[in-house]
Ligand binder design. Structure first.
Ligand code: 13P
Ligand code: SF4
Length: 319
């Protein structure tokens, strides 16, 4: 803890001296989330991270999350320097959707509007008509469906299927998944519900359909935190990365939160309810973020120009 305090102090000093701000995701270590808050940065879902980074006056954004979040920040504000504690922090959805294969897929369906999840590379975004995050996926697809458009959706098949079912839109799915959310098991949640019958079930839509079907609330990380605050329940079963408990517990100290069971529950499973890439963000690599030359985000100018259009559309869609 003493060393932790020293590192925190060092980081706080660094942020001031370097005109930098820390933008963190709810899945990062609580120590990073609290540091972001204490220093005037933000901790939020991926949509609000993008908005915050775009609007904040600091000349350097330090993005603690996974790589697509840093890339989004860079695309939206190319004049800012964007650093990350490590560029190794990727995402299984991003890995599972290589730009060249995705572009070929789109070429086969020229009549479809291409909607991609934010958890993708800049090159995949550059091929899209729309970028969405989990917080606005439903609203955007519903809007496009009402205009009579057919959708090509990538990469998360579970979120895509959920959106398809809710809106009734014609949605063609890419076959990708999040390795963390895919592990949640409906049976395990049913068992927990027997133990805690008063608990409300909160589910991130990257989870399989059988798990989504058990949810009282389905939503982005911010929306789930909001539900924890506003629902009258005192107990919750939560199917998303356990990093979210820090904020839930902080906002609702009197309530109880149970992590939804996964296939590997009980055993030591690194990616069970804990994204192994989000976990790569640590105080140590954050403290020396300016001292290295392997952690700055660069996006090809032409790609960035293309990717900016669907990203702008996303940010303008819902304030
Ligand atoms: P949110 O947009 O809900 O924060 O989700 C991002 C993510 O990576 C979920 O796994
Ligand atoms: Fe990607 Fe899943 Fe990790 Fe979110 S939790 S960053 S979707 S691997």
């Amino acid at each position: 803890p003493e060393q932790e305090q020293a590192l925190k102090a060092q980081i706080k000093q660094m942020l001031i001296e370097r005109d930098a701000v820390l933008v963190a995701h709810y899945y990062t270590d609580p120590i990073i989330q609290s540091l972001a808050e204490e220093t005037g940065g933000c901790v939020s879902d991926s949509l609000e991270m993008a908005r915050f980074g775009r609007d904040h006056p600091a000349s350097t954004l330090i993005v603690a999350g996974v790589k697509f979040m840093g890339e989004t920040a860079k695309i939206l504000t190319p004049h800012k320097r964007v650093l990350m504690p490590t560029l190794e922090a990727t995402c299984s959805l991003d890995i599972g959707c290589p730009a060249d294969e995705f572009s070929d897929f789109c070429d086969q369906y020229p009549d479809r509007t291409v909607v991609v999840y934010a958890n993708t590379s800049a090159a995949v975004k550059a091929r899209a008509d729309w970028v969405v995050t989990s917080s606005i996926a439903l609203d955007v697809v519903d809007y496009l469906d009402k205009k009579g458009e057919k959708i090509l959706w990538a990469p998360d098949k579970h979120l895509g299927a959920y959106v398809q079912k809710q809106t009734g839109a014609d949605v063609l799915l890419w076959d990708g998944a999040c390795i963390v959310h895919e592990e949640f098991k409906a049976q395990g949640i049913e068992d927990l519900k027997t133990l805690y019958p008063e608990a409300a079930v909160l589910v991130h839509p990257e989870s399989p359909q059988s798990v989504v079907e058990l949810a009282d609330v389905v939503g982005s990380t911010s929306q789930l935190i909001n539900a924890a605050q506003t629902l009258p329940n005192q107990e919750f079963i939560v199917a998303t990365d356990q990093g979210i408990f820090f904020k839930m517990q902080q906002l609702c100290p009197e309530k109880t939160f149970h992590v939804a069971p996964t296939a590997g529950s009980g055993a030591s499973c690194r990616s069970c309810a804990n994204c192994p890439w989000m976990a790569l963000n640590e105080l140590e690599n954050l403290a020396n973020v300016f001292e290295r030359d392997d952690n700055e985000i660069f996006v090809d100018a032409e790609l960035a120009k293309q990717a900016m259009k669907p990203l702008d559309r996303m940010l303008a869609f819902k304030k």
